[in-house]
Design a protein around this ligand. Sequence first.
Ligand SMILES: Nc1ncnc2c1ncn2[C@@H]1O[C@H](COP(=O)(O)OP(=O)(O)OP(=O)(O)O)[C@@H](O)[C@H]1O
Length: 256
Amino acid sequence: MSTEAIQGQSATEPGSVAFALGDLHAYYGSSHVVKGLNFEVGRGHGMAILGRNGAGKSTTLRSGMGLLAKTTGTVMLNGTDVQRESPYKRARRGLALVFEDRRIFPGLTVTQNLEVPSQKTASKQLALDDVYDMFPLLAGMRTRDAGRLSGGEQQMLAIARAVRARPSVLLLDEPSEGLAPRIVEDLVDTIKDLRRQLSLTIVVAEHKQWFSREVTETVGVLASESGTMVFQGRWDEFDAHPEVAERYLSLGTNHD
Ligand SMILES: Nc1ncnc2c1ncn2[C@@H]1O[C@H](COP(=O)(O)OP(=O)(O)OP(=O)(O)O)[C@@H](O)[C@H]1O
């Protein structure tokens, strides 16, 4: 297959793009990791980012959130280029990232963790009771220290904390990482419910392909060799190009 990117037919209507990266380059010091990435996600849609270990999935999400010291290109959030804005400002505009390592505060209770979100987004945040309605599992654990929750419960807490700020676009980095299969199924249901209830746009970096298929409509494949996206389209379009998975996702990964 040529190294030219395969673009599916699922182009988003102008004006209905919630989140888009344009010619995005990202660096760690002198290491140039992401090299001219383009994709867009329509309002209320879900996109999965697949790629081998080290392809740059986390870097892409972190760049979108504004967490890398050096990036160039555009990061469009609901029609505004936020590329030069701080992560706080992006959060205020409706962007949220749930980190792979969850970043909950183990010594604080579940409720205290939910009360941590930036004061800058406090004015429009969801009431605690509304969050607990969306995450009934957490409702029964309000006073428990977050450090005593299971991995799955901690992941729910991390997502609940992000959602409390009422983001319009939620970036999820390896949400199913390290969780038992039954818990991952619960997570799928939770993400689907959240999308429905909050009209959320989501971008998910994931190794588990079945999980990604459950919670998104489109998929982008990152190639570690080129640092670019070599495929973008709907899942049926992805399935119509089995050579993409063969070349860019096989070997040494668990894209089960
Ligand atoms: N803080 C950092 N400093 C320097 N290099 C980094 C840093 N974080 C990641 N990298 C490098 O950038 C490249 C992309 O890493 P990234 O974590 O974005 O990949 P990934 O696709 O999310 O991988 P995985 O599936 O293993 O999580 C890798 O070569 C990685 O070693």
